[in-house]
Design a protein around this ligand. Sequence first.
Ligand SMILES: [Cu+2]
Length: 94
Amino acid sequence: MKMKLAALLLLTATAFAGSAMAAERTVTLKVEGMNCVLCAPTVKMSLAKVAGVTRVEVSAAKETAIVTFEDTKTDVNALTAATRNAGYPSHPAP
Ligand SMILES: [Cu+2]
């Protein structure tokens, strides 16, 4: 029992240290091809599934996806690959 508690505390401490070091970044992606009401949720799902993504806001009207992610876990290339694999090519908005 004591061992389990110690292991749990260690895990918790490690998790905190990890999150303290990770930097959150937000990128706006220009997403092509969102032309019906199901597109935005599809794009949102594809991005939300990427490990390290913490927040996704998709606008079909603006053709954008605003994605917040931990830059130690994923990167912009992985995000654009995720939307491309879902059928919606994207690139970082200028
Ligand atoms: Cu659609």
